[in-house]
Design a protein around this ligand. Structure first.
Ligand SMILES: [Zn+2]
Length: 381
């Protein structure tokens, strides 16, 4: 007697799925197949020294006699799990998940998003995944998920003509809805005006939510700004820095005093503009750039300043660097009890920016801008 596959996966000869350090094994519920799994585990353990964590493992039966169940549980030392099977605390089932099913995972994701200070970015992610899925079905026949869809759902019919049955899962129906939307848009040339073929990126652009640019998008995302500086500046402009004042308001911290000076409440205004440490840093950076950096409302200052576009972008890169470094020093002060003196930090920032600036294409700079730029490179050393 040999190993027999689980009914739905026999055509694909699928006996396991792995995700990170988790593994799911499937077999027909007969004594022979289940004993082969146990023997294989024993051989694996004897060879590798790695053992299954029985406290974190479960076995699930369907259509298996009580006597066979009892034998298997006794021999394997495993505990029977309750259906529906859960992964990341979410039940894995063919019917639509309700809000309560998803709540544990949703709470974890939202907690992470709150820590990062990111708002409604999940819809963009969904759009990207959907546009990818539609392309995979056409171009990646070897993917396990595509094989599964072909064997279990399509069963020989063409993907573009396929309609889900009323018994199909919610996911299946949603993916098919996206497929139909794409198909209709493709026929009407809504997303491929030049007649080019489908790409994930144009599918993504078609699906994603679009809104107006915020007034500070150009301040944060420009070629002179280092991406890590831009990312923190982006959170800053959202007003989502997790200062001690904010955490205090949320009931997470009792103490709300500034991590750097320890004498005032750590609001964003204080930390980035009013703190003696930040004032000194901005003074040094302003002297280097020949300007007075803002003392409070950064957005108003950015919208009202003069100068050429390139000069503004270079100033933006510098102030984004200041925001990043003040936040970095604040975190080091809080977690490592270390703080670099502000005038030394200003020199480090200048050197880093100069190195970046030298490497960028400046062919579009006019003579006046180039002179200003060269003067910037000479100063502050
Ligand atoms: Zn302070």
């Amino acid at each position: 007697m040999g190993f027999k596959f689980y009914l739905l996966s026999s055509s694909m000869r699928l006996s396991y799925l792995m995700f990170a350090d988790d593994i799911l094994l499937f077999s027909k519920g007969d004594a022979s197949s289940m004993m082969i799994i146990i023997r294989t585990f024993s051989t694996f353990s004897a060879t590798s020294g790695l053992r299954m964590s029985k406290g974190k493992s479960n076995v699930y039966f369907n259509g298996v006699s009580e006597a066979l169940k009892a034998d298997f549980l006794q021999v394997s030392g495993l505990v029977e799990g309750r259906l529906p099977f859960r992964y990341l605390e979410v039940p894995i089932k063919t019917t639509r998940l309700n809000a309560q099913d998803c709540k544990p995972l949703f709470d974890k994701i939202m907690a992470r998003i709150r820590i990062l200070g990111i708002g409604n970015c999940h819809m963009q992610e969904v759009a990207w995944i959907c546009s990818s899925v539609v392309r995979w079905i056409y171009t990646k026949p070897d993917l396990l998920w595509v094989k599964w869809v072909s064997n279990i759902y399509l069963r020989g019919s063409a993907w573009q003509d396929y309609s889900p049955s009323t018994n199909s899962s919610w996911y299946q129906r949603k993916i098919c809805q996206v497929k139909d939307d794409f198909h209709q848009a493709y026929q009407q040339q809504n997303w491929v005006p030049n007649g080019n073929g489908y790409t994930i990126s144009n599918g993504y652009e078609f699906l994603r939510l679009k809104s107006h640019d915020v007034p500070w998008s150009g301040f944060v995302w420009n070629v002179w700004t280092i991406p890590k500086h831009g990312f923190i500046a982006w959170i800053y402009h959202h007003g989502n820095m997790n200062t001690k004042s904010k955490l205090h308001r949320l009931g997470i911290r009792e103490d709300s005093t500034c991590c750097i000076c320890g004498i005032a409440e750590e609001t964003m205004e204080h930390l980035f503009f009013d703190c003696p440490y930040s004032k000194c840093l901005l003074l040094c950076m302003g002297a280097w750039m020949g300007i007075n950096f803002p003392v409070n409302n950064l957005l108003t200052w950015r919208l009202g300043r003069s100068g050429s576009q390139v000069q503004k972008e270079i100033l933006d890169a510098a102030i984004n660097a200041c925001i990043y470094n003040i936040w970095h020093q604040r975190n080091r002060s809080k977690h490592e009890l270390v703080l670099v003196r502000p005038n030394k930090l200003a020199r480090l920032i200048m050197e880093e920016l100069k190195m970046i600036f030298r490497g960028l294409d400046r062919r579009n700079l006019n003579r006046r801008e180039e002179d200003w730029f060269q003067e910037l490179l000479r100063r502050g050393s």
